[in-house]
Write a protein that binds this ligand. Structure first.
Ligand SMILES: NC(=O)c1ccc[n+]([C@@H]2O[C@H](COP(=O)([O-])OP(=O)(O)OC[C@H]3O[C@@H](n4cnc5c(N)ncnc54)[C@H](OP(=O)(O)O)[C@@H]3O)[C@@H](O)[C@H]2O)c1
Length: 286
C-alpha cells in the first residue's frame, strides 16, 4: 500500500508544523499549505528537507480558489488521505465593537476555508472509500470565554459541521475527527488579534477587559506541548501507538488537562440546564 498522504493547512507554524513533521517522521507524504511560504522560509525548509511539499493557500480565499488549489495539491501524489484543517487565529474583543471586516476574516479563516477544503477532498476520498478529515477546533468550541465570541462561534460552527459531516460520510469509509486543544505553547496567543476599535472605557473593568488582559499575560506559559499533541493526533488518525485504540471510536479528542477541566464543567452545566428545564420542555408537544 502506498504511504498515506496528508494535506495540512497552516503548516508554517505551531501545531500545523508539528503535524507535518510528525507525519514525515513516520514516512508519510505531507503537503503543507501556507498562506505565505516566502515569509515562512524556515518551515518550508523543515518540511521540504524531510521530503515534504509546500503549497500556498490562504484560508480566506474564495470557494473556487480553495477548490482549485486543493485539487492541484491532490495531483501531487494522486490523492489526499488525511486533510487537517488547522489554520486559524483568534480575534479578541467585545462583540459590540467588531467591524464587518473583522467578523468576515475570522469566520472565513476558521470556518469557510475549512468547508471549501473539505469539499475539494471529499470526491477523492469517496471514490477510494477511505479518508480522514481532522478539524482542529478548540476548547473554545465547547466553552466560550468572554472576548472570544467570534473565535468560539467559528469553532462551535466547525464542530457542528463536523458532527453532521461525520454522519454523512461514515458510509463512504471516511472518518471525521474534531480536535479540542486546551492551551498549547505555540505562537497562538502572540498571534491574537485585538479588535481594531480597541476596548471601550466602559469595558475596562468588566469580564471582557479582564479576559483581554489575561490572554496577553499568559502568552508563553501555556502547559501544552505542541509535539505531544501532534503525536496523539497522529496516533488517533493512524491507529498506532498510545492513543491508537481511539481510531474510529471517537468524534471529539480533547487534549490538555486545562481542556478537560473546562469540558467537565461545560458538561455539568449542560446537564444541569437540561435537568432544570425538563419539566417545562415536556409541556410543549401538540
Ligand atoms: N495553541 C493553542 O493553545 C490552541 C488552542 C486551541 C485551538 N488551537 C487551534 O489550533 C490551530 C493552530 O493554531 P496554533 O496554536 O498552531 O497557532 P499559530 O502558531 O498561531 O499557527 C496558526 C497557523 O494558522 C495560519 N493561519 C492563520 N490565518 C491564516 C489564513 N488566513 N490562511 C492560512 N493560514 C492561516 C498561520 O499562518 P501564518 O504563519 O502565516 O500566520 C499559522 O500557520 C488553530 O486553528 C487554533 O485555533 C490552538
Amino acid at each position: 500500500m502506498s504511504s498515506p498522504v496528508w494535506l495540512i493547512t497552516g503548516a508554517s507554524n505551531g501545531l500545523g508544523l508539528s503535524f507535518s513533521l510528525r507525519a514525515l517522521k513516520a514516512g508519510h507524504k505531507v503537503i503543507g499549505a501556507m498562506r505565505n511560504p516566502t515569509r515562512a522560509a524556515e518551515a518550508v525548509k523543515a518540511i521540504e528537507s524531510r521530503g515534504g511539499k509546500v503549497v500556498q493557500i490562504d484560508m480566506t480565499e474564495s470557494q473556487a480558489s480553495i477548490h482549485e488549489k486543493v485539487k492541484a495539491a491532490e495531483k501531487i501524489y494522486g490523492k489526499i488521505d488525511i486533510l487537517v484543517n488547522n489554520a486559524g487565529y483568534s480575534l479578541l474583543g467585545p462583540l459590540s465593537e467588531f467591524t464587518e471586516r473583522e467578523v468576515n476574516t475570522q469566520i472565513q479563516t476558521n470556518f469557510f476555508g475549512p468547508i471549501y477544503a473539505i469539499q475539494a477532498v471529499l470526491p477523492g476520498m469517496r471514490s477510494r472509500k477511505s479518508g480522514t478529515i481532522v478539524n482542529i477546533s478548540s476548547i473554545a468550541g465547547q466553552d466560550a470565554l468572554p472576548t472570544c465570541s467570534l473565535y468560539a462561534g467559528s469553532k462551535f460552527a466547525l464542530e457542528g459541521l463536523s458532527e453532521s459531516l461525520a454522519r454523512e460520510v461514515a458510509e463512504w469509509g471516511i472518518d471525521v475527527l474534531i480536535v479540542e486543544p486546551g492551551a498549547f505553547r505555540t505562537n497562538f496567543l502572540k498571534a491574537l488579534v485585538a479588535n481594531e476599535k480597541g476596548l471601550p472605557e466602559h469595558e475596562k473593568d468588566t469580564p471582557v477587559g479582564k479576559a483581554m488582559q489575561r490572554f496577553h499575560e499568559v502568552a508563553g506559559t501555556q502547559r501544552g506541548d505542541p509535539d505531544k499533541l501532534a503525536d496523539r493526533v497522529f496516533e488517533v488518525v493512524t491507529g498506532e501507538g498510545e492513543a491508537g485504540a481511539l481510531k474510529g471510536k471517537i468524534l471529539r479528542l480533547p487534549l490538555g488537562k486545562d481542556c478537560l477541566t473546562r469540558l467537565d464543567a461545560k458538561i455539568a452545566k449542560l446537564k444541569s440546564d437540561v435537568d432544570a428545564s425538563r419539566a417545562i420542555a415536556e409541556t410543549t408537544d401538540l
